[in-house]
Design a protein. Sequence first.
Length: 556
Amino acid sequence: MKIFQFLFSHSRKNIIFALLAGIVSGGCSTGVIALINNVLNTEGTSSFPLIIGFIGLCLMTLFSSLLSGYLLIRLAQGSIIQLRLNLSKRILSTPLRKLEEQGSHRLLAVLTDDVMSIMNAITVSPMLVINLVIVLGCFGYMGWLSLPVLAIGLAFMGIAFISYQVLMKFANKSLLQAREEQDELFDHFNALTRGTKELKTNKKRRIAFFNEELIPTIKGVYRSTVKGMTIYTAAGNWGQLLFLFFIGIVIFVGPSLNTVTSEVLIGYTLAILYMITPLVTILNVLPNFGRANISLKKIESLGLSLEDKSLIEEADPIETSFQILKVNKLTHQYYREKEDLNFTLNIENLVFTPGEIVYLVGGNGSGKTTIAKMITGLYLPETGSIYVDGQEITSSNIDKYRQLFSVVFSDFYLFNNLLGIDSSKQEEEAQNYLDLLQLNHKVKLENGRFSTTELSQGQRKRLALLTAYLEDRSFYVFDEWAADQDPIFKEIFYTKLLPDLKSRGKTVLVITHDDQYFDLAERIIKVDYGQIISDTKTGEDNGENNRALKELVSEY
Ligand SMILES: Nc1ncnc2c1ncn2[C@@H]1O[C@H](COP(=O)(O)OP(=O)(O)OP(=O)(O)O)[C@@H](O)[C@H]1O
């Protein structure tokens, strides 16, 4: 089972110690049964050494099972921490495109549902191991009492194991189905939380969402889970029934076998009685492992990998500047399941130098945001290359390359603190930016934390801009940043903030539809259906380019 491999890979040493302690504990408790059997079959009062032996064995059982339990609990909890950290690291290091393809609902299902079911299995694993050792110890003792009866017992166990495996296959099939439906359910939860406004304002949509989307999926998850868990319960009951058959055979057939003495029979009865509870416990916790296995497989199937190790390793010292950045024959393809044609983006040739303001323009869906993701290294180049001062960007230095950029995408995320920025050193600077962005009456910066991020969309974008300013990178990318700003602040953005960045030697790539400000750009790159169709330098002395700009504005 994958889950055992997973546990074992986390701490072999701990597992081996815990198992050794468990074996001692199992051995001691079997010893207690053997001793009781001995006493029951001895005439007269028990001798002093037997009493001391009994007490000693009981204490040894107690301490070794405590030690084994403690080690296993530590191992289980340690693996849970590792699992959470590992998953977070994996998500951070998985290429952006892969994450986009999976969708946030699937990641959320992994982080909540799968982590929970793996945690459940890990939490009960000490119980499983301890009880397994007791059962094995009892079987060992039974074998020592009578090999033929043990052989019958093992034959029953073999039948139980094989039939349990067959039933488990059916159960796992249903649970796997439930897990797939769970992804769909998380997608609906996404719609429920993010589309609250749309659902509240349209009763028909709300009812249709409930009846046609949410309820069928919830029922589907319910049906598959009930089916899977019922098969598991049936398998557990079947296992118990076989065990009862075994007891029946020992009790009714045992005495007719010449080799079975009354001492053996009493010993068997004691061992069987002793192992009933551990056996039932094992059968009860096994479904947890089936579910955890499915979750581990699901995590693997999402392809969350550690491909881009640089993201989770200690960051290299940040490259603060460049002289020339060249993009050559870069391509990116979006695969679309429902369409015959894939959308392909091409950047034949682009050059950026410090201190220039470049506008990236084009119609909706023409590829501007994708180009920004390609230039900033968020999408790994499928073909073509990026060169910074003559050095080619490869997977080994791409993380360092990304540190050249500060980006505010239109679907930006605003952290409520200045993570990764030494706020104590930059507090005064941050305060100045709060004034400049006209946020000083709304937001305070205290110990590197914004007093609030509950702001209007335009104000939140200004805070995102402040964070970008404080990052002080060489290359700034703004994806329709001004779209949510009022006309006054739009004017400030294009006429003050962007020239200010230029004067500080920054390269600024502005994705925009604000054609009234196109004449402020030094260069305009126009995109259409994934192709760069013009890269025009503008300037007062350049009549030809000015004509090109006028054409572009009128076309827009
Ligand atoms: N995650 C994605 N998966 C598949 N296709 C995508 C994805 N993101 C964008 N596309 C497709 O790629 C094309 C370019 O999208 P992109 O977001 O780069 O356009 P854009 O020029 O920035 O548009 P807008 O001006 O509307 O923001 C679009 O036709 C879109 O359908």
